[in-house]
Design a protein around this ligand. Structure first.
Ligand code: SF4
Ligand code: SF4
Length: 516
């Protein structure tokens, strides 16, 4: 057992209001610079939608992440041989139009224009060419536009959904959508690190933050292709790639990352998790149907005596262990099983987990698999004229998870590698907590119903109360449990990452060694 510690995160999607404050906080601190204008290390997408950069989840276009072959895994579109073959022309890179062409406005025209009949306007100016542009896209261009033909209907996650299930999300009066905030996942098996021919990208041993050494980066941009989440970006001005640094200078000072500190919906949680680095390869090469279990398996119980002893032998400080025992992330992910990784099938073992949204649950989709529904669809208006699609007549106050208006398959495509059996227990637990709390605060549900909701989902009333408290009432220092920085552990910050080239850069031959 090789115990290491990782700063991990949970985003609770039921709480995100799509205000983009997180994105702005990050932009102001880190990417308000020449060459970084188009970068949003933190961005918030409307789902269903195509996201930023457009269709980033579609790996038939971008070839990001890992693929399984012969019991092991290799990078899909980059890496030692594929990367070298494409080194002077990489066909899998997103281009500026896949992000958007950043712009500003010619504000001075508003005050310096000569007197004339018409009001002056501030024309948009490209931040790349300095010339006027027609704005065609932006980082959250499809904000709240669920149901539009250009965005929602092109979402790569609609795979395996029946036409009726898809349309049910897009019906104008009953549209369903939610927000998906995204940052770098600071993965345990980061494809960006493995793809870099220069050995410029590394994962810090003491807290798992993934960084790009700007002195070593040679602009091959393999990391941009390799990251399946498209969270590594190329700065056209410096000629280097860059990415979210999890605000490590703030973390080292005991402060939360800017996106988390500013989060209006208080959806974000941050804390330490201990993991067994010996089993990363095993977890990343698991079969599709147990990828999530294998990833969760290598996250260790911080109260287990053996884990504590192995962690101490590896030089993990008592204060870090204490933080791991109080980690809100450990509770959501391991103790309660409420948070899942985004697209586990990319096999990077992301360490940002999401509590999937339960909303909306008040109406159910009747007979979602019935092909006859398709025939009744008005082909031009894309709606069912008689509006019979939804069954709102249910006796059940909460509807049923299987027939919730947001199809389970859609959620499974995002958080369960396409397997609905991974997502349904999570949503049922969340619903059980609601039922329990309704009985506590309103008292209009039978004890029998409440008990059966809790028993079916394996929750005790105390656990349901704890989930409710951490979801709804938690104060700042309960949401963010940051261990004190231990600079003496920070070998990777001081050593040249070029020395590590070949160990982490191209697979699993040698794993990185602590304490060199
Ligand atoms: S999300 Fe992408 S950039 Fe971040 S660590 Fe994972 S592979 Fe690398
Ligand atoms: S600040 Fe918080 S609530 Fe607002 S969009 Fe970002 S994650 Fe969502």
């Amino acid at each position: 057992m090789d115990v290491r510690s990782q700063i991990s995160m949970v985003f609770h999607l039921d709480k995100c209001i799509g205000c983009h404050t997180c994105s702005i906080a990050c932009k102001n601190i880190w990417t308000d610079r020449k060459g970084a204008e188009y970068m949003w290390w933190n961005n918030v997408e409307t789902k269903p939608g195509t996201g930023y950069p457009s269709k980033w989840e579609d790996q038939t276009i971008y070839r990001g992440g890992w693929e399984k072959n012969n019991g092991s895994i290799s990078l899909k579109g980059s890496g030692k041989f594929k990367g070298l073959a494409n080194i002077f022309h990489n066909p899998y890179l997103p281009v500026i139009d896949d992000y958007y062409e950043p712009w500003t406005y010619k504000y001075l025209d508003l005050i310096e224009s000569p007197e004339q009949d018409d009001q002056p306007v501030a024309r948009p100016i490209s931040l790349i060419t300095g010339k006027p542009i027609d704005i065609k896209a932006g980082p959250n261009w499809d904000d709240d536009l669920s149901g539009t033909p250009d965005y929602a209907r092109n979402d790569p996650n609609l795979e395996n959904l029946s036409p009726a299930e898809q349309e049910a999300m897009f019906q104008l009066e009953k549209m369903a959508m939610f927000y998906l905030p995204r940052i770098c996942n600071h993965c345990l098996n980061p494809a960006c690190v493995a793809s870099c021919p220069s050995g410029a990208i590394y994962k810090r041993g003491e807290d798992g933050v993934v960084l790009i050494n700007q002195n070593v980066c040679r602009a091959w941009r393999m990391c941009v292709t390799a990251c399946p989440y498209k969270k590594s970006y190329y700065n056209w001005h410096t000629g280097k790639s860059e990415k979210c640094i999890l605000c490590y200078p703030r973390l080292e000072a005991g402060l939360t990352p800017a996106c988390m500190h500013s989060c209006v919906g208080r959806i974000r949680y941050l804390g330490v998790m201990l993991y067994d680095a010996d089993r990363i390869h095993e977890a990343a090469s698991a079969n599709d149907n147990n990828l999530i279990e294998k990833q969760l398996d290598i996250i260790l119980n911080p109260f287990d005596e053996k884990v504590i002893a192995a962690a101490k032998a590896n030089g993990i400080a008592d204060s870090t262990l204490h933080a791991a025992q109080n980690s809100p992330v450990y509770k959501f992910v391991k103790e309660w099983g409420l948070a899942l990784p985004l697209h586990p099938e990319f096999r990077t073992l992301p360490m940002l987990f999401y509590v999937p949204p339960l909303l909306p649950v008040m109406a159910s989709l009747s007979e979602s698999k019935n092909g006859a529904q398709n025939d009744k669809l008005n082909p031009i208006a894309k709606r069912w004229d008689d509006n019979w699609l939804y069954d709102t007549s249910t006796e059940e106050l909460w509807g049923t998870i299987e027939k919730a208006r947001f199809p389970l398959q859609y959620m499974a495509n995002l958080f369960g590698a396409g397997d609905t059996s991974k997502i349904s227990p999570v949503l049922k637990k969340m619903m059980a907590v609601r039922i329990h709390r309704r009985s506590v605060t309103v008292g209009d549900l039978s004890a029998e119903k409440v008990n059966s909701a809790l028993t079916d989902t394996g929750l005790s009333p105390e656990q349901a109360d704890a989930i409710y408290a951490l979801t709804s009432l938690a104060k700042f220092d309960e949401r963010f449990v940051i261990p004190p920085a231990h600079r003496e552990q920070a070998i990777e910050m001081l050593e040249s990452t070029a020395d590590e080239k070949g160990s982490t850069g191209f697979g699993f031959k040698e794993r990185p060694v602590r304490g060199v």
